[in-house]
Design a binder for this molecule. Sequence first.
Ligand code: SF4
Length: 286
Amino acid sequence: MDANAERVIARVFAVETPMPKAKSALQEYCSALVPDRAGDFAQALMDLGSAICTPKRPACGNCPWSDECRARKRGIQELLPVKAPKAARPLKRGAAFVVRDKSGAVLLVKRPEKGLLASMLQPPLGPWTETFPSAAGALKQAPFAAKWKKRPGIVRHGFTHFELEAQVYVAEVSKQWTTGSVDVRMSNYMCQAQQKWSITAVTNADGYPGSSYFKITIAGTGRALTTTAEGELITLPDFTGEPQQLWRLDQLTDGSWRIAHHQAGQLVARRQTSRRSRRPPSSRLN
Ligand code: SF4
């Protein structure tokens, strides 16, 4: 039954069961009315619903079923059919990171090509969960270390299937890298789409069976991933070829890649790759 026909039948028989649960009852009531010329009846019912028994202010005075209509007799015709209450949309919360430089330019990252808001630009976002991250937790989700300041208030956005609330952290940055060392956070930071690393084989640096050593730099810069004497990860302004800047890439049996410092064999990051790309990445990690 189309929506116009359902509305007429719901009113004529005063069916107060919410839709769509009432559909089977409406079908039964309607079937009991169908005469020999079923096609004409169906057309007439739909026309009655679209022209006279309209959703609001039905023209009951012009209706051929005015005397029989139970809803009209009870004065509840405009309340029928009853709509099911809308299900509450789940609420998700997270942190958004707005990065600006002195010229007013804002850092935007591109979302994945598939899924929600595919390929659209956005400020870097943390994961969406039931609660906001703590200030310390949010800083771990930030795209890089900076003087992040939480702005008062929250930003809300409604999606079809859920509501999103975001706390906004803002940082002012310079276009220039500092001349000294810069701390590097790895783990999930390494796997975020906006973080680009270039991985390049280093010639004349020996290697290990089956491969060479690699240098890892922040894409678009000469900054090289380096370990300190204390085992910390930093980037230095330039690749110097020192052993602390040489890395090895190993593919594990589950298809992921392990990046290890060539001296310590220390696991620092893993990058899940598809089984189609089983050769070592020659350029970008992300
Ligand atoms: S009497 Fe009014 S409410 Fe009842 S079927 Fe006719 S137009 Fe609809």
